[in-house]
Design a protein around this ligand. Sequence first.
Ligand code: AMP
Ligand code: ZN
Length: 470
Amino acid sequence: MPEFRLYNSMTRAVEPFVPADGETVRLYACGPTVYNPAHLGNFRTFLFGDLLRRALKLAGFKVRQVMNLTDVDDKIIKRATEQGKSIREVTEPVVGTFLADRDYLRIEPAEHYPRATDFIVEMVDLVRRLEQKGVAYQAEDKTVYFAIDKFPGYGRLSRLDTRELKTGARVAQDDYAKENAQDFALWKAATPNDEACGAAWDSPWGRGRPGWHLECSAMSMSLLGETMDIHTGGVDLVFPHHEDEIAQSEAATGKPFARFWCHGEFLLTDGAKMAKRVGNVASVQDLRAQQVSAAAVRHLMFSTHYRKQLNLSGPALEASIEAVRRVGDFADRLAAAPGGTPALAVAAETFRAEFDAALHDDLNAPRAQAALFVFINQANAELDKRGSDPGSLIAAREAFGRADAVLDIVPEREGVDASVAAWVEQQLEARKAARGRRDFAAADQIRKALEEKGIVVEDTAQGARWKTER
Ligand code: AMP
Ligand code: ZN
């Protein structure tokens, strides 16, 4: 197997990756802020995480993944206040939607989904440690801040120049721009609004609530240890979120927080970042309403490398719907084929090697998918020959199966189970044989019998294909 290589945002280089213990990858993904259902932009980042997770498993590693659910932050409190609800009342239904959307998109569940509000004790502990080390201080406004000039590594991930750091100045909001590289809030003094919506807890510094960045440091260190293998998120999180996570964690432990930082690029619509405030968001719900399969969405997201921007468009989605239809047809055909040819085994072996090489090369999913379609073409041509070699068929199924264990892009065939598919394939083989001996009456008979069962046969250059009538 080629070595597994990943781009590390910290070093800005593609580097060989192995987990620190040689066996289990400790993976942390910044998860959704649960005040609104996640949009497809968010899910591009989560699908990148899914691809990484599955590719690591294919490479033979075990994975222990944590994804946090941000259930207390400025936006959630604002929403709760507007609606006269508690933060829990705002976030719980959104968590439910998130998990359902995740399942719809076939994103493998992480091992842990900690909620920030369940880790208040750990967060308070971390702030206390930072205070003891002299890098955190409580200001006149009762909020506890992190003193960035006490942490020499501040700005390394986002390449901030020390001259750009505004030492002594403070920023209390959760999200802020690079120009405001200032002391940031670890623990925010509670306001009456916070109290009213259940977003305030006791602490050594008085009633308050955690800053956004703190939760990821506290939860990842609790669940994965002080140094994790890989930390993922979208590119917009590099500053300030990840920079601040590093500062808080490393100032407390004196150890590297994450060995690799991996960031996924944006999903755009009409050239603009998909974002709530831009008003150009599409949701998983929208896709379901249009009966777009998860397979097509996954194919589309994987058709562009995760470090490049991807524009969501109708034609691109149409192309993916068509592409996964071919994958589904092939899956059925492979499942039902009676045998293969020696050349099929060769094609399977070439595909297997190319697929792995692509994924090991900084998760090159577009290249991996291209290899799959080359294989599908070759294999279809070989299956047309109707060989009887069982070994090559097993090799083809195996190569396809392990690739699909990563991509997961076979669309569901509604109402057709495997035994029906196998029967249809048998009928098509018989029809082909009939045509081969120029018995067109028999061939037509078979087609009619299939049509009576709602199966439409279509003859293509690659052989007969079938689908169910809608
Ligand atoms: P949030 O719920 O805003 O904290 O975002 C959850 C994840 O989605 C983060 O990793 C963001 O970086 C990511 N994200 C937000 N917008 C986009 C987008 N348009 N394309 C890709 N990822 C995004
Ligand atoms: Zn985070």
